[in-house]
Write a protein of this length. Structure first.
Length: 537
């Protein structure tokens, strides 16, 4: 633990400063597949009773038409966020007919790729852009990849907190006073991201829940997994195969490692990738039979194609691209993207997990964070890869600044370092709820059988070694839970009104288009990604 971290904890630990920490926001995006009663991928469109996927604020789709995404509003307390998430699930199930939601990160038994429908957002230019982008993903990575689900955790600290910290630390470091509020806040978020890179392997050990996959998911692909049964592949000590190299990996992104030492070098790297041609994609072309099949033939179609375990984010304005928003107004929050769906939980994540994430991310934000260069990037990536594939292996060793260290020893050390952040959060709530979740995580380090990945593997083995049978059992269990907890009349009315409003909004967007899609997508591709950032990284 650094002196800088101690000083920051002490600064925010005074009761007068507690409101600054309490003003931060949390939000969750939960993905899940619609399946039939046998666990097979649904072939129906996004349910009209849910509203329009393009414009509904809380229920949409992600890559595939059947990959539902529930998006909560941002709240100060994660307990309120989880209640919002449950409300959305209750309403969604009340409108599902003959289908349920698959309660696992890795997909159910998949049909041939030709039968997996890409998400559809209507005929407006913006809707077609989203659809064509996903066509491009299917070309580049395959449609099976578009059926993987996760939990995305959105996290921010308040602008008032950053302003107070800048003013406090400028007394010792006068150069900080020269930074604009935008630049200081962005620097602090990138410091958080760098610490996340260093320590996120711990999240994979504690919360990874995908040690096995359906054998059809890897049909025709080379892999090094072992057969658990005729329909299931696994690795005996894996924690999260979802986050391994089975996911979004290809040659184009192999050398794409945006440095996260500053906003400038991050956006410059992604801007270059969006504008750099990639020969294999050029061979695929932009159109086939008169229809667009990808937005561009460059390394990335858009900046969000770069798959990352954590992203700096800024709410975008109409007509703006994500990197343009970052350049113009700086980082507003981070999106954690490495969390598996917990198949034992109806909404895919527990309150205890979310409380730990709050403490972990606060620690990452306040702890000292040196720049990371190539050697550090490799070390952090290798540690992460080791834990997702063999995190429960007895005696597993990681690398810490070039030296071998026991994963369990490092994990215990990290929990001790995170503890003051948990205590700070508890002091504001006059409770010990964050400390309690810290104790739960410490027990997992001592007893690997308590980890979600170990529990999932044990449950699969108890179901004849069949990933599909286990997934179907849990999905039916959670479906029964939500069907026995229908939405209140007030909640049902609110969501029904949102659904109708979203449909009307999509129709309005479609009616307002004034240019052809060809002209729209050409202008989009030609737009300048960023002319407000020109630093070096």
């Amino acid at each position: 633990m650094s002196k800088l971290f101690d000083n920051r904890i002490a600064f925010f630990g005074t009761e007068s400063k507690w409101p600054l920490v309490q003003q931060g926001l949390r939000g969750i995006e939960r993905e899940t597949l619609r399946v039939d009663e046998h666990g097979r991928l649904a072939h129906t469109p996004h349910p009209p009773a849910w509203g329009a996927a393009l414009t509904h604020p809380h229920i949409t789709t992600d890559y595939a038409e059947t990959l539902v995404e529930f998006i909560t509003p941002a709240k100060h307390d994660i307990a309120e966020v989880l209640q919002e998430l449950e409300n959305a699930h209750c309403f969604a199930f009340s409108k599902l007919r003959g289908e349920m939601l698959w309660m696992h990160s890795m997909p159910a038994a998949l049909p041939p790729e030709s039968e997996i429908d890409i998400a559809w957002y209507g005929k407006s230019n913006i809707g077609m852009l989203k659809h064509v982008y996903r066509r491009g993903l299917a070309l580049r990575y395959g449609k099976a990849m578009q059926c993987i689900a996760g939990i995305h955790y959105n996290y921010s600290l308040s602008e008032n907190l950053w302003a107070a910290l800048q003013q406090q630390e400028a007394r010792e470091f006068p150069e900080l006073a020269q930074l604009s509020a935008r630049d200081y806040q962005s620097e602090r978020y990138f410091a958080l991201i760098r610490n996340f890179r260093r320590y996120s392997w711990l999240l994979m050990y504690l919360f990874g829940a995908s040690p096995a996959v359906s054998s059809c998911f890897l049909k025709g692909r080379e892999h090094h997994l072992e057969a658990l049964s005729s329909d299931t592949l696994y690795l005996p000590y894996a924690t999260s195969l979802r986050m391994s190299d089975l996911g979004y990996q290809n040659d184009a992104q192999t050398d794409l490692h945006p440095r996260e030492n500053s906003l400038e070098c991050y956006v410059n790297t992604l801007s270059d990738a969006v504008n750099k041609a990639w020969p294999p994609y050029e061979k695929l072309g932009l159109q086939k039979d008169g229809e667009w099949v990808q937005i561009s033939t460059n390394v990335l179609q858009i900046e969000n194609e770069y798959y990352s375990t954590i992203r700096p984010k800024r709410i975008i304005r109409t007509g703006e691209r994500p990197i343009q928003a970052l350049c113009r107004r700086g980082v507003q929050y981070v999106e954690v993207r490495c969390m598996d769906v917990d198949p034992f939980e109806p909404v895919g994540i527990t309150l205890e997990t979310a409380r730990f994430l709050d403490a972990f991310l606060l620690f990452c934000a306040l702890e000292e964070s040196e720049p990371i260069f190539d050697d550090g990037n490799r070390e952090h990536a290798e540690n992460f890869a080791k834990v997702v594939k063999e995190g429960r292996r007895p005696g597993l060793m990681l690398q810490q600044n070039g030296k071998a260290i026991s994963m369990h020893e490092w994990g215990r050390e990290l929990l001790q370092r995170i503890a003051p952040a948990a205590d700070l959060l508890d002091a504001q709530h006059a409770s010990d709820m964050h400390r309690r979740t810290m104790a739960l995580q410490a027990a997992k380090l001592d007893r690997p059988e308590l980890t979600p990945s170990a529990k999932v593997l044990a449950a699969i083995k108890a179901n004849g070694g069949s990933f599909h049978r286990f997934g179907l059992l849990q999905s039916a269990l959670h479906a029964n839970y939500f069907r026995s907890h229908p939405p209140t009349a007030e909640l049902a009315q609110a969501y029904s009104e949102m659904a109708l409003q979203s449909i009307a909004e999509q129709e309005k967007i479609e009616a307002s288009d004034s240019v052809s899609f060809d002209d729209y997508i050409t202008a989009y591709r030609a737009s300048t990604l960023c002319n407000d950032c020109d630093g070096q990284g």
